[in-house]
Design a protein. Structure first.
Length: 511
């Protein structure tokens, strides 16, 4: 290893921390809107069923952009790519704040996601190329802390800004730090010089196929349940999505310079790391979305109150980060990964038994479990996937690795929405039947007085009572559908444990 690589100057640390702030902004903007979804919907006239587009549009754009990060890093150099992407992200954030309707907001969120998708892998690339191996755990912990805390404190910050100012400030807040980051990155980040000919080797057709497939898949998962998985739009998506996916895979396998080198997945450690990272994305973004929407729609909390409840996970992550960084290089990767994913699964499954009246106390311990588990999951799989690649390969490997987490979040939220939309009406009908039959447990869950529920049919119910009971039943039905979604995400983590025994005992660099 060259001597210059072994020394890390103050300027390098300043540049790296500035890039971490840029990544923090990009990840924060995925979930900062979570606690304020209903407020944005009310301001712009957005239906409840369409609120998730505010997040999924951003995530889908990130998934398309992340594979480009390796190419663009080589083309522009790490410094100018990060500075330019941060500037683009900042400008599009201001555009989101100025959006006056749903379509404009979604278009600008898509632009935001494209630039944000370039920022996230750039930090991990920098961590493994600007620093010697002795610092890799430290820089991975720093980057991981930024990456994991941002989506958790996002709802709290967004709620505070919405209630004290307006929802527009969730986006305008990016302006000052964005401009500072651009200056610091331009001044202090060094690395390989730009390689402009790389731009002409980017497979635009593969990018288009990926965008069509991912956008079509999200649209299918959103419109399919509403249309009963029938109709011309759904049928067209049935055809377009597989064709776009197949074309994209074929291009990646046959091009001399593919957008994503699928042969990299022949490395067992990399494949397992990416697979586990996909599952982590489902849990990370899915849990934040589920909890925020539950508190808003079922508990009818305001943005600030939602953010306060959801701050627990971020606080726990901050407390656990130093311990996680200390134990990660000292414990077997398989054991630590198994413990982290099992603990995360427990935190998800614990939320699967929530009642319609659950508040801070009931939701506290599941969040603690997930907060402790977060870095215990992320650190070992990051090293598993990224350790040992040379500088030329590191950028692409980092891009693909980060893509899998964001892709997991995008698909996870879409599937969660499907469960919520499909299951809530069924639970409502069943609860109504059980109440009419005098079911005491159903009445207790809904929150009704128990005197009339003795196990025998209660007979006719007057219109006034029906109007009083209906919203309680609807909230209870939504709660049951939320519980099923929590359990489904938890089951994903349990199944992910089946990958753990195949994790290599030694790291790629040690072989």
């Amino acid at each position: 290893m060259p001597e210059a690589t072994a020394r890390v100057g103050v300027g390098t640390w300043i540049g790296f921390l500035a890039m971490c702030v840029a990544m923090f902004m990009a990840i924060l903007d995925i979930q900062i809107v979570a606690s304020s979804l209903t407020a944005i919907g009310g301001a712009l006239g957005i239906a409840h069923d369409d609120l998730s587009w505010i997040q999924t549009a951003y995530l889908v754009a990130e998934v398309v952009a992340i594979p480009l990060s390796g190419w663009l890093t080589r083309a522009f150099g790490l410094r100018w790519l990060m500075a330019g992407a941060t500037m683009g992200f900042t400008v599009s954030s201001v555009g989101c704040a100025l959006a006056g309707d749903f379509a404009t907001l979604i278009a600008l969120r898509t632009v935001q996601g494209l630039f944000g998708g370039l920022l996230i892998p750039g930090v991990f690339t920098a961590g493994f190329t600007l620093f010697p191996p002795a610092h890799h755990t430290k820089v991975a912990t720093i980057a991981g802390s930024f990456a994991m805390i941002a989506p958790t404190i996002g709802p709290a910050l967004g709620g505070w800004l919405t209630e004290t100012a307006s929802w527009h400030w969730m986006f305008l807040i990016n302006l000052p730090p964005g401009l500072i980051v651009v200056a610091l990155v331009a001044l202090f980040v060094r690395g390989a010089k730009p390689d402009w000919p790389t731009l002409w080797r980017i497979s635009v057709s593969t990018v288009l196929c990926a965008a069509i497939f991912l956008g079509g898949l999200e649209l299918l998962l959103k419109t399919g349940p509403r249309d009963g998985w029938r109709g011309p739009v759904v049928v067209a998506l049935y055809v377009v999505c597989p064709l776009a996916a197949a074309a994209g895979l074929w291009l990646c396998l046959t091009r001399a310079h593919p957008l994503v080198d699928l042969r990299r997945f022949g490395d067992r450690a990399f494949s397992l790391g990416c697979g586990l990272n996909f599952v982590l994305g489902v849990g990370l973004y899915g849990a934040t979305y589920l909890l925020a929407v539950f508190l808003g729609l079922v508990r009818d909390m305001g943005p600030l109150e939602i953010g306060t409840v959801m701050a627990v996970t971020g606080a726990v992550q901050l407390l656990v980060a130093p311990l996680a960084a200390w134990i990660e290089p000292r414990l077997d990767a398989r054991g630590l990964t198994a413990f982290g994913f099992a603990l995360f699964a427990a935190g998800l499954i614990a939320n699967g038994f929530t009642t319609p009246r659950a508040g801070f106390d009931e939701l506290f311990w599941p969040q603690v479990l997930r907060g402790v588990a977060m870095l215990l999951c992320l650190l070992p799989i990051t090293r598993l996937a990224l350790d040992g690649w040379n500088d030329a390969e590191s950028a692409e490997a980092s891009g693909v690795f980060n893509l899998t987490r964001v892709l997991g979040g995008a698909i996870g939220i879409a599937l969660i929405d499907t469960i919520l939309e499909q299951r809530a009406p069924l639970h409502g009908a069943r609860l109504a039947e059980r109440l009419m039959a005098g079911d005491r447990e159903a009445a207790r869950f809904v929150g009704l007085p128990l005197e009339r529920f003795t196990g025998v049919p209660i007979g006719a119910v007057d219109v006034g009572t029906q109007e009083t009971v209906r919203p309680l039943v609807e909230r209870a039905a939504m709660t049951l559908s939320f519980n099923e979604a929590w359990l489904a995400v938890g089951a994903t983590f349990v199944l992910a444990l089946l990958m753990v025994p195949f994790i290599p005992r030694r790291r790629r660099g040690a072989l």
